[in-house]
Ligand binder design. Structure first.
Ligand code: WTA
Length: 645
């Protein structure tokens, strides 16, 4: 059995692609028929990339939770929506059926209402990967509150910045989170973020680790107490009712902060209907999901991949989604394979960095694990090297599972370029073909379309998209100009992805990596400017420059060149101090892998740091550093090269 809007042959792909380009309004109206609307849309698409203004399914009324939960209840009420695997494999698994999910989401929506949350309010969610995180996210969506999930690896300072930017008044958190052998004190980090804060009205705290936490009277409330009370409100005679708020198609669904090339992270805003249609359509087509399949996406819900493919995509399709609290290497490096075996996972979606890390443990952790239920494998977040691709193919997929290499971004809502499992051809380390509705274009620095192939016969350029697809970013929260300047101003009338790409004669795309100052560390986006700002906050640091360098496991590592004011100090200790500062300002995920103390930085006469040179040195290049004659002080290059770590 397949879904009515599932693409099941290569021929159909080409046909649908053509129709999506020639008659987008008709094409997407047909796709949108597969959802539950309180009221149908008046126009399918209105847009311009100048302001930008993008409106999909305008005039339509709906609630995304009715599409993700209520409409499945009759047929799938007893079927698992979420299968939860705890951090500690000895702890009890939790299976959340669609009926149970409905009840919990209604209850939590009521909790939000009881605590004063209204449609349009921003609710910040800072939790570990527990089912309650899903209830919190969907509970917000049910009453039209805008959720903003923050990944557990961000520091108090980062949270404070995001709370301020989103003007959030409510927080949902846990006492703590289990991750491997660590116990992360989430509530205590929230408390630090709230020092001096006067805008947060309520903090709802779910008990997970039973770590002692401070609870401020009037502000902090326990999840358990609130849920118990709400249960009496939403449940009468075994019937659960908590009406979903009717929303406009273009009302915002969530804010998710992501790094760009300049300054502080931006709050990417997605709106309800387009995002719903896009995550659902890409979910069923990329992975060729069939009703009953068990889908395991290993991403944390703190990132876009978790939003789109742990929650909204699978749930809108009535699917079964495995949610994993822990990490792939604890208690041992066989954890993913245990999970596949235990829940008979059919589709596994993970990041190249996880594959490379698991590869490094050899084949021992695979012994005795039954992976025969797997049908499809996927990767996301960074380019996958051929070695990792072949290992995944041979040892996990046993050469019988198509691998989908999915390219997309926080801003795109869901997959834009990927093969469709078993339907369109795979090409190792190539994301391959664009989805229907996606019109990629490669341009040179001047925005001119690249038409001349390189010596391998590939077109090479900066990857842009010519027209909106339903899941495209609508704005950056509170600052629309920032959205325009970041994505729509580099090249007129184009959405600029920030990535470079190659295109072969068959029309396949290979993403080569960011062409801006954004790093991709273990599949996580971090701006070099952000890390530099954090390092520069450390007392004694005069200036710093951060670049990426190739890292065997993480894909990219963070290399920091730092000018420090008194070099007689203990270098190792100073390095550790700087790590601490970065962890405080951004969080552990932005901790540099290498810090080299340097006497100066290569600058042009106008004071611009020549990152190209620093990147080459970090990559291990000593000779061919290009033209350094335009530098203010060319001598500094030799000194930096000498001290390379
Ligand atoms: C990179 C993650 C190569 C790319 C969904 C993009 C990829 C950034 C791939 C977005 C892929 C993502 N191949 N590179 N299959 N997928 N990227 O916002 O540089 O966390 O711009 O979204 O990751 O990262 P983000």
């Amino acid at each position: 059995m397949s879904y009515p809007h599932q693409i099941t042959s290569l021929e159909q792909y080409h046909n649908d692609y053509r129709r999506s380009v020639e008659e987008p309004a008709i094409f997407w109206a047909e796709i949108a028929e597969n959802f539950y609307w309180r009221k149908k849309w008046e126009s399918v698409l209105e847009w311009n990339f100048i302001e930008p203004r993008i409106e999909w399914f305008k005039g339509g009324k709906l609630n995304i939770t009715e599409n993700c939960i209520d409409r499945h209840l009759e047929k799938l009420g007893d079927k698992p929506a979420i299968i939860w695997e705890p951090n500690n494999p000895e702890e009890r698994t939790r299976v959340v059926t669609y009926s149970r999910l409905h009840k919990r989401v209604c209850q939590f929506a009521q909790v939000l209402v009881n605590n004063g949350v209204k449609k349009g309010d921003r609710v910040c969610i800072y939790m570990g990967m527990v089912p309650e995180l899903a209830y919190a996210v969907l509970g917000c969506a049910r009453i039209g509150a805008i959720h903003s999930v923050i990944f557990g690896g961000f520091s108090a300072q980062s949270i404070a910045d995001r709370l301020y930017d989103a003007q959030a008044e409510y927080i949902v958190t846990c006492d703590g989170a289990f991750r491997g052998n660590k116990d992360i004190p989430l509530k205590s980090i929230i408390d630090d973020a709230l020092i001096g804060n006067r805008t947060i009205k309520k903090v709802i705290v779910y008990t997970r680790t039973r770590t002692p936490v401070s609870m401020l009277k009037g502000r902090d409330v326990w999840w358990e107490d609130e849920m118990e009370y709400a249960e009496t409100q939403v449940e009468k005679d075994n019937i659960i009712t908590m009406p979903a708020t009717e929303m406009d198609a273009e009302d915002p669904l969530f804010i998710l902060y992501t790094s760009g090339s300049t300054g502080k992270p931006k709050g990417v805003v997605h709106s309800i209907a387009g995002y719903m249609v896009w995550t659902n359509y890409t979910f069923i087509n990329t992975f060729q999901y069939k009703p009953g399949d068990v889908f395991f996406c290993t991403a944390d819900i703190g990132w876009i991949t978790g939003h789109s493919y742990v929650l909204y995509g699978p749930l809108s399709a009535g699917g079964t989604s495995v949610m994993f609290e822990g990490i792939p290497t604890w208690p041992d490096a066989g954890r993913f394979w245990d999970i596949v075996d235990k829940y008979k996972v059919n589709i596994l979606y993970t990041a190249p960095t996880a594959i490379r890390s698991l590869m490094s443990f050899g084949l021992e952790p695979l012994k005795g694990k039954d992976l025969s239920t797997l049908k499809v494998l996927g990767t996301v977040g960074e380019p996958i090297n051929e070695e990792a691709w072949h290992w995944y193919d041979e040892h996990i997929g046993k050469k019988k599972c198509p691998i989908v290499d999915t390219w997309w971004q926080t801003e795109t809502g869901g997959v834009l370029i990927s093969n469709m499992a078993g339907v369109t051809p795979a090409k190792p380390s190539w994301a391959s073909l664009p989805f229907p509705g996606v019109l990629p274009l490669l341009v040179d620095e001047n925005g001119i379309e690249v038409t001349e192939p390189d010596e391998h016969g590939y077109l090479q350029g900066n990857l842009c998209i010519k027209a909106p697809w339903p899941g495209i970013i609508r704005t950056t929260y509170g600052d629309h100009e920032r959205c325009r300047a970041n994505y729509f101003s580099a090249y007129p009338n184009l959405y600029f992805t920030g990535d470079g790409a190659l295109k072969d004669k068959e029309g396949n795309y290979r993403i080569t990596g960011r062409v801006d100052d954004v790093l991709n560390i273990s599949g996580h986006r971090i701006g070099t400017a952000e890390v530099e700002n954090a390092i520069n906050m450390h007392a004694g640091v005069i200036e710093s420059a951060v670049v990426g360098y190739p890292h065997d496991i993480k894909g990219q590592g963070i290399y920091a060149y730092v000018i420090y004011n008194h070099m007689h100090v203990d270098e190792e200790l100073t390095r550790k101090d700087i790590f601490q500062t970065v962890s405080r300002v951004i969080g552990g995920i932005a901790r540099p892998d290498k810090i080299q103390f340097v006497p100066g930085l290569p600058k042009t006469r106008s004071g611009k740091i020549m990152r190209r040179i620093l990147r080459k040195i970090a990559e291990g290049e000593t000779e061919n550093l290009g033209d350094i004659s335009t530098l203010l002080d060319p001598g500094v290059v030799a000194e930096i090269t000498k001290g390379k770590l």
